[in-house]
Design a protein around this ligand. Structure first.
Ligand SMILES: Nc1ncnc2c1ncn2[C@@H]1O[C@H](COP(=O)(O)OP(=O)(O)OP(=O)(O)O)[C@@H](O)[C@H]1O
Ligand SMILES: [Mg+2]
Length: 626
């Protein structure tokens, strides 16, 4: 499961902190929005009043209220036609002012919503880029994908659409209640009595909706994960004829989504009709009671008009707020998921006060290093060896013995569980991660090409490399010769995974990348393993050049490559079982010699297989006894 920060602070507090954090840069805009909303709300509240003035004071014979006398003066107030004209003008004016304010707050909230989404995307991705490999080893990326797209979009929608509605609705409810109390408190009490019940009912609903929504989102990310895995391995799927299996898997997840979505909708759809019924009963009571008050002469027709106008609009915001529970629930779930990603601890962490390393000379030491991917399966138990600056060291061992793992400990893709690794005499955990990695070059078994030009792909080794540097790196890597023959040359686009290039060509691009990086430490993990003999030779020419003057750690199954190595380290059973030069290890007739001879036997005609008969009998498996 995801590792979370110590749950000392309650989740809601942490969520609130995230929200405040996100809102902080937009304080000024948010205040403008709030002001515009106030104006919009007031214009809305004023809307039925011109009608009341016309009914009660222009057409009817009620004495003008004090505020009207104060604003318009006695002459205008007494003139029915002038009063009607002013009321008519006020209707237009209120609409214009309200419309302008609404335009401003609509635009600005969308803008805040978009920028918040932008901030969130960058923040989540930035965090993901720093996570240790352990996280990616154990988690599906589908969930992360859907968080970065869907959940961020949900939050954005909420900020853009719902916050505005919620605030305007809230202010409208309060304003209307105030004005209604002022007009006639006894009828208002009917409304006031019902509002809390309505809100309580909505809040109860909220919890159920949230639960159902979370289930839907979980199912949806299952679908993304399944489709993503399927698409990524389409070749394998088709080659093995596993289409039906994949389709069935998707079908299952897809049906689960449908079921979850329908359950959620069933709950949500109940809300509106129930609220509608409550509202209708309430209106009925007010109409009946209001008519009684007018007949008794304690209320004006104009006031009841305003009352009914408000009542018709009063329950709409309440109902909207209730509907908003859906948006709030969804956003809550989205924020929770974003939060849980932001709270994943990076396992390869920098120590406080980690410093930028000086350019390395390249001496590497492993001191009693232990490591395992899973606690129940120890992999490296006690690995100790040292590599002098500029030395060429080969690492060999059976498949699965942990060679690649040893290599990935140096750039701190993982940290050892015990022991330490030193570069130039300093524990690498004292350096910043980026700093350490900048001084390490890699050529791995597969060179992954990104979608882009050949030039960009080479420059991926070091950004801001000049064109001249790129060309010369390509020449040194023996890549220039095929690049210039490609249509477009250095500007040719290579596919998502470099499918348009052969394995050997890709490796040469990989070597050019390492040249550009020009790091003092070079890690080669089976750089020629996937190549045939012919392209291996060309790649080796480039590699030889690359290796000059650097500390090289080369993992390889092709032991002949290690004839020139200064030292060979043999990993077995979680420790360094043997070390020495190629020749010395052969002479010692141990694990290395055994590996060498069995592999040589597998490729008849090689120098090793020819000399094998002279040196060793096929039954000599004495290495097992060691
Ligand atoms: N990311 C990982 N998460 C969990 N286990 C892993 C991971 N990578 C490797 N392992 C396991 O650790 C062991 C050593 O893997 P490693 O890749 O270091 O071996 P290797 O010596 O490089 O093998 P090969 O010669 O096949 O490349 C294997 O048993 C492998 O299953
Ligand atoms: Mg490996």
């Amino acid at each position: 499961m995801m590792s979370r920060l110590p749950a000392s602070t309650p989740p809601n507090t942490r969520m609130l902190r995230l929200v405040l954090d996100l809102a902080r840069p937009y304080r000024v805009t948010l205040s403008i929005i709030l002001a515009a909303m106030l104006v919009e709300t007031m214009a809305g509240l004023g809307a039925p009043w011109p009608l009341k003035v016309v009914i009660d004071n222009a057409v009817g014979q009620h004495p003008p209220p004090a505020w009207m006398l104060a604003v318009l003066g006695p002459a205008l107030t007494a003139n029915a036609r002038a009063l009607a004209a002013i009321a008519a003008g006020a209707i237009v004016l209120l609409t214009v002012v309200g419309g302008l304010a609404s335009y401003i707050d609509n635009y600005l909230t969308e803008s805040v919503g978009q920028w918040v989404a932008n901030d969130l995307r960058m923040r989540v991705y930035d965090h993901l880029e720093c996570l240790s490999f352990t996280y990616y080893d154990t988690h599906q990326t589908g969930l992360l994908l859907s968080t970065i797209t869907d959940d961020v979009a949900t939050v954005q929608d909420f900020v853009s659409e719902s916050t505005l509605a919620i605030l305007v609705d809230g202010m409208t409810i309060i304003g209307m209640l105030g004005l209604m109390l002022w007009l006639n408190w006894s009828i208002t009490l009917v409304v006031v009595a019902i509002t809390p019940a309505l809100l309580l009912f909505a809040a109860r609903f909220r919890r159920a909706v949230k639960k159902a929504t979370r289930e839907v989102r979980r199912r949806e990310s299952d679908i993304v994960a399944i489709v993503q895995t399927g698409l990524e391995s389409m070749r394998t799927v088709q080659a093995l004829g596993a289409q039906d299996v994949e389709l069935a898997r998707l079908g299952e997840a897809s049906q689960a989504t449908v079921n979850a979505a329908l359950t959620a909708r069933r709950i949500k759809s109940l809300l509106s009709p129930l609220v509608g019924l409550i509202v209708a009963s309430c209106t009925a009571v007010v109409l009946w009671r209001g008519t009684g008050l007018i007949l008794a002469g304690t209320m004006t027709v104009g006031s009841l008009t305003v009352f009914l106008a408000y009542l018709g609009r009063f329950f709409k915001p309440v109902q909207d707020l209730a509907k908003m529970t859906n948006a709030i629930a969804q956003t809550n779930v989205g924020l929770e998921r974003i939060q849980s990603i932001l709270e994943i601890k990076m396992s390869a962490q920098e120590r406080p006060g980690a410093r930028e390393p000086e350019p390395f000379t390249g001496a590497i030491e492993f001191e009693h290093v232990a490591f395992s991917y899973r606690p129940d399966a120890p992999l490296l138990r006690d690995v100790t060896f040292s590599v002098a600056a500029g030395e060429f060291v080969g690492v060999v061992g059976a498949t699965g013995s942990g060679k690649s793992t040893i290599a990935s400990l140096i750039p701190r893709f993982y940290d050892p569980t015990a022991g330490r690794i030193l570069i130039d005499g300093h524990d690498i955990r004292d350096f910043t991660l980026r700093g350490t990695r900048r001084h390490i070059g890699f050529v791995l078994q597969e060179t992954v090409l990104f979608h882009g030009t050949v030039r960009e792909n080479i420059a991926y080794g070091r950004h801001r490399a000049t064109d001249a540097e790129i060309t010369s790196a390509a020449e040194l890597a023996h890549a220039d010769e095929f690049i210039v023959k490609m249509p477009g040359g250095y500007d040719a686009l290579v596919g998502e995974r470099g499918l348009t290039l052969s394995g050997g060509q890709r490796q040469r691009i990989g070597i050019a990348r390492a040249f550009i990086r020009n790091a003092p430490i070079l890690i080669l993990d089976e750089p020629t393993a996937s190549l045939d003999t012919e392209s291996e030779e060309i790649v080796m020419v480039g590699l030889d050049r690359l290796m000059q003057g650097r500390t090289v750690i080369m993992i390889t199954h092709r032991l002949n490559t290690l004839r020139r190595a200064d030292r060979v380290i043999v990993v077995q059973g979680g420790i360094v079982a043997e070390q020495g030069t190629h020749d010395a290890l052969l002479a010692a007739n141990g694990i290395y010699a055994h590996l060498y001879w069995t592999r040589a036997a597998a490729s008849p005609g090689s120098p090793a297989s020819r000399s094998r008969q002279e040196q060793i009998t096929p039954t000599d498996l004495s290495w097992r006894a060691r």
